[in-house]
Design a protein around this ligand. Structure first.
Ligand code: ACO
Length: 310
């Protein structure tokens, strides 16, 4: 039995904050942000919209897209580092609001690699035949843990949510291989006290190394070579990190997802948001081999190779 994506949805807040807007709030410049990060603008959720609200909108669309009823969902899994509160979890809030009355529910915390951890966990339940349909959501309201007086971090983050339904797909399609990893000794480089704190240079070095290694590993584990890869969706944290991953896979520019310019870094939401936009733009077609790779605070990382299609 192969596990794959059978439906997708997203939510992106209406409010756009541009680099020029940030210039008015702190000692930074549009030029610095663009050249160092690739970010041009980010979406920031309204005060009365929390992490679960964004997740709910993305999840509704994913269920509709999959043609799966809420009561047919066996497990709701939400990757987030910005839950509404520690408990009840965002996944329990969703389970209730969506009417997934037959589903178990759990939140998963692996920072920006959270969506990869969620997809790979879902794959195990589907392929063992334990569950049929699993909702996996990456959702973040990072604006509420951003220190708006710290230019080192404030320019980087945005809010949003992406959701997929994982179910069975035809043989040869779906998630072909995966890698998950963690290095807790690097926890000091990226953490939250009240706000996000980061040693940008250390995270940068880690990300370039791990994103490249993990991408190559999943390609090899799937019995494929770099030439077989049609599209790369890296976690959207910094354009220079993303470019390094693309170069490791020897892919041309148009074969890499790029949404960082409009969303900034949305942590666990970044990969599903990108996948959604790339699908709508017709960049991914049935039977394309897609590599997704993420890294985040913890430190954590995760990658999958998948063959697109049901
Ligand atoms: N505007 C203007 N200048 C700035 C800004 C800013 N917003 N931020 C930093 N600077 C300055 C610094 O103070 C420094 O000045 P100095 O040389 O006078 O000391 C200079 O710019 C260079 O700073 P660096 O930190 O060396 O810049 P770098 O090229 O490394 O870029 C960045 C910084 C963008 C943060 C980069 O290191 C990076 O992207 N790292 C990875 C970040 C990441 O991926 N984080 C993931 C977090 S996701 C999660 O898990 C929630």
């Amino acid at each position: 039995m192969s596990a794959g994506i059978i439906g997708i949805g997203k939510y992106s807040p209406d409010r756009i904050v541009t680099n020029k807007d940030l210039e008015k709030m702190m000692d930074t410049s549009d030029e610095w942000i663009r050249t160092r990060t690739g970010i041009e603008e980010r979406r920031i959720a309204a005060d009365d919209i929390d992490t679960s609200d964004m997740a709910c909108e993305a999840a509704k669309e994913a269920l509709h897209d999959a043609g799966v009823l809420p009561e047919e969902i066996d497990l709701v899994m939400v990757a987030t580092v910005t839950p509404d509160q520690p408990f009840p979890t965002v996944s329990c809030i969703l389970q209730d609001r969506l009417g997934c009355r037959n589903a178990a529910a759990m939140d998963l915390s692996a920072a920006c690699a959270g969506f990869m951890y969620g997809m790979i966990t879902a794959k195990q339940f589907i392929e063992t035949g334990s569950y049929k349909n699993i909702l996996v959501v990456g959702t973040e309201k990072l604006s509420k843990i951003t220190d708006w007086s710290d230019r080192n971090t404030a320019v980087l983050f945005g809010d949003g949510a992406g959701a997929v339904v994982i179910g069975t797909v035809s043989e040869g399609r779906g998630i072909l291989s995966f890698e998950l990893g963690a290095d807790g000794s690097g926890g000091k480089f990226l953490y939250q006290d009240q706000y996000i704190r980061m040693n940008g240079r250390e995270v940068f070095k880690f990300a370039v190394r791990k994103m490249g290694d993990a991408s190559e590993n999943v390609i090899e584990k799937a019995g494929l070579t770099k030439e077989d890869v049609d599209f790369l969706i890296p976690h959207q944290a910094n354009i220079r990190i993303m470019e390094a991953s693309r170069e490791r896979l020897e892919l041309p520019d148009e074969k890499m997802s790029k949404t960082i310019q409009k969303y900034g870094n949305t942590s666990s939401a970044s990969i599903p948001l990108s996948l959604y936009d790339d699908l709508k733009a017709g960049k991914i077609k049935d039977d394309d081999v897609v590599v997704m790779v993420g890294f985040g605070g913890g430190l954590t990382w995760g990658a999958i190779a998948l063959k697109w299609g049901k």
